[in-house]
Ligand binder design. Sequence first.
Ligand code: AR6
Length: 172
Amino acid sequence: MNTQVVAWRGDITQLNADAIVNAANSALAGGGGVDGAIHRAAGSELLQACRKIGGCPPGQAVMTEGFKLPAKFVIHTVGPIWRGGDCDENEILAACYRNSLRVAATKVCKSIAFSAISTGVYGFPKEQAVSIAVKEIYQQLPQYPYIEQLVFCCFDEGMLALYDAELAKYSA
Ligand code: AR6
């Protein structure tokens, strides 16, 4: 595999990647958390672009420009709200990663940074979310050999430690 896969701690709005992946809501209406940070940094044109798209069901992904962000594109995916684990949450979360890569491919994005989808207000257990994210990415990446760098962006040290531990299992 040619892609460098790394975990990085910091604010995803600072990343100069071809695409960053937002943890949006199904109305694409903006919100708190990483979604709020991305909308603030991108400027009001991002909300206008999201309104034109109209919405996105959980597990799917759509793309806009990055506007004032250093990133060229924003991929908006909608994670599952954690409801105890019996409502297809695992499969929907995996689909977020899979469909975000598929959408990134439409612009041949070579560097992509993911936020930790559903691990904030949507309440997905963090360790389980990290395991699903890394597994799905490693399953999908062989289809996209031109991707040079894939970043799991973590907002705090705890998430970074979880990603580093999970990624270590794959680098052996
Ligand atoms: N950069 C990177 N990661 C961040 C940032 C940032 N600037 N800010 C927060 N995080 P959340 P969700 C991390 O709640 O659980 C919104 O209101 C955060 O620490 O943003 O999918 C949407 O509009 C956490 O690990 O997303 C939806 O309504 C991760 O981003 C809803 O929240 C995701 O937390 C989506 O909830």
